[in-house]
Write a protein that binds this ligand. Sequence first.
Ligand SMILES: [Zn+2]
Length: 246
Amino acid sequence: MPRLAVVSVHDVTPAHEDRLRRIMVMLAESGVTRTSMLVIPDFHRGWDLRSHPRFVDWLHQLEADGHEIVLHGLYHSDPTPSAGTVYQKLLRHVYSKEGEFYTLSYQEAVDRLTQGLEMFTSLGFTPCGFVSPAWMHNEEVVRAVQQMGFRYLTSLGGFTDLTTDRTIRAPAVCFSPRTWTAAAISTLYCVALARLVDQDPVVRIAIHPGDIVRPMITARLLSILDRTRRTRRFVAYQDLLEAPVR
Ligand SMILES: [Zn+2]
């Protein structure tokens, strides 16, 4: 069986349209013609997809070309920034303040998933996967995602098939473009991680809009993609549901 690689494009919203278009061109030039695109219905409550028909048309074109549309939160901003345990507060502080689903209850998660799905349906998208913003969620959220009929969920460390509870361990190679220092450290980390997971059945490469404006990240990303392309087939997350991989 050929080894697989999933490239996920995060934070797909009209707010980042220019960067996203550059990323998709870069990926096409690198031979990546199938990705999972993590789309936010209304980024920060100011970028409602329904107000951006040209962007939605572009997503439909990408889907027709073989890319997968995945639901990625509803607003991508944390509604409960001071909730949670001491550990959750700390992690949120050092890792991300955008963990929208991190401390939601089951019902709150169901409500947001319902809104996101309704919006997607009205725009003609039928996602089978969900990825929490910043990969931050809790057990109640996982239960809600499963209950709402999603077939898979991903975390920083792997991919879970919610129909069978099978988890494929595959830590995401993910850069941090926020500051120059974070970019430099994450570049070293990602190069090391890419080597570490080289023999794994599935490799995951996560790309954020900010990656394309950091030349040091773009350069490393291109070399990782080039090496990956030589030994693996690029698939979308939804393809892992059918793949005989553990
Ligand atoms: Zn995100």
